[in-house]
Design a protein. Sequence first.
Length: 337
Amino acid sequence: MESLTENFLFNTIMNHSKDSFLTTFDENWKRTLSQFDQKFASSHQMRAGHRLRPILVAWGHSINFKSGQLDFSKVLPVAISVELLHKASILIDDLIDGDIARHSLPTFHIEHTDNEAILLALQMISASFKNLGNNLEQNENVNLIKCLSDTLFNMAEGVLKELDSSSKNLFNLGDVNEIINLQTVGLIRNSFFLGYSKGDVFDIKTSENVESIGNYLGYVFQLLNDLEPFSHTSKSLEYKGNLNFDFNKSRKNLAISYLLSLSSGREQKKIINERNYQFILELYQKYQVQEICLQEVSRIKKEICIKIENINAGNTKWSSQFHKFIDYIFDFCIQRL
């Protein structure tokens, strides 16, 4: 617990120094994994990742600290629960997609088996709720549990919509946005929101801005992720172990949705019927899909900056350092293209 000096908040959350949020989270994550069978807990996918969602929990929680003091101990269980839910969704997602690698490491069902992936995912979901429930303070709002359960329900609902082969959800930008809001956006938004909700003060207007920022971040994260197979093919192949642009596996992809909205009727039919990567890549470059999407990302970043100032309420140290985080995460995602 230290004073909120210049850059202290950013460094305390983002660095891997002693007593930083990430260091403390990783120590708690190792203890959390110890409750599972160790041959599974030691798997590559249990330890890999960028910790974006726990980091957002920490940033959400930091909004409430205006007294000049910072202590993340009460929000660590929330961050652990969010990461458990995220990891469980990865096991299932990789299994459904048939991906053989993630972060250039073997996916769990490849390292072990399909059935073990399903059962461990169920265990992790159960542990997520158990962990959060065990760490609720007396008389604390049980809406935290409801928020987490709604997140899980919506994530599953989004995947079911994707897997409905009789639907046209994959082709329409509006429908794809709906699916993304249920999946990626929902978990990222609620990571930020849950962190804020565990604070000492809850303000309706602030919470609305928190949710808006979470929505924007989730959308940008998904959009830039969906551009990668077309903007950096070799890196995507190394990361996933195969050529996966989602659409070829009947999964949603925002880049494809943008491309379809720009293409001619004849081109749309060929994209949908053939799903040929080389043809799609040629159109992707022809219609400058990456450039158009990056313009949208730039617009969204400006909207986020407005929301940050709405939250500010005199806490300039928090807002200036959260702006720094936004710059960092946007640059990180864009550099992957």
